[in-house]
Design a protein around this ligand. Sequence first.
Ligand code: B12
Length: 208
Amino acid sequence: MNSLIAAILEGDCAESVSQAKHLRRDGVGSEQIVIHGVEVAMSALDAKCTLEQFNLLEIMLAGRAVMEVMRLLYPSGTAMAGTKGTVVIAALEGDVHDLGKNILKMVLIGNGYYVVDCGRDCPLQKLMEVTERERPLAIGISGLITSIIPLVRQVKDLLVLRRLDRVKVMAGGAALKQSSPGRLNVDFVAESAFDSLRYLEEIAGGGA
Ligand code: B12
């Protein structure tokens, strides 16, 4: 796992993919690779996002390596689109971070959900229009910067206005995961992308 983390931090796509393949051959599951490899590497990048050390190229290369590893772990060709329901995902206006959202997308697709991705920097208006069109089981909002919290708080109220209040709202990402559903005015706050699977199962089973 340490070699995978090192390869991601070096932004070495080929080596990252090769290390992930090794781990899989050794019987390590995709969820473990994401939680103990990909996420650990990205946390180590945290320090580089400070004003003194900010290095966009380094962070972008690491991000690209992460996406290659994720494509290996969750190839979209294995998706059974639509079998379990639709989830609309987005990073809201003002937030350009999308690695976590993309991981969420692949985890959901890999587990049989149909995902409509509104992208990053997504205005609430667009999120509502897509939700109205798709009538999903849930919306998944990924938030990495705290300035988008006021937007997150509006989502459920906007759904009510459009008579879409049956759609559940899940939140995740570094800026949202320390908070509570009550404070964010959402139905569920996830620690990791995999938490969404457990929550969606609950909704489908009528437990939420
Ligand atoms: C990579 C990164 C970037 C990259 C983003 C590349 C990209 N395409 O995403 C770049 C270089 C572009 C970037 C830019 C900036 N960044 Co930045 N960035 C990061 C960094 C290092 C990692 C984020 C990341 O990708 N993590 C890895 C992913 C996999 O983790 P994750 O998103 O949490 O996702 C996991 C779970 O949380 C979950 N999940 C995520 N979303 C959701 C949603 C749902 C519904 C569910 C169920 C689960 C789920 O799934 C994932 C897998 O389990 C963080 C530091 C950190 N520790 O978070 C700073 C960080 C987020 N950035 C920060 C800042 C300030 C910025 C900038 C403003 C910097 C600047 N001075 O310009 C800008 C841009 C701002 C903007 N308008 O959005 C701050 C935010 C501070 C704050 N409290 O608001 C952080 C925390 C760094 C810091 N310590 O200051 N950044």
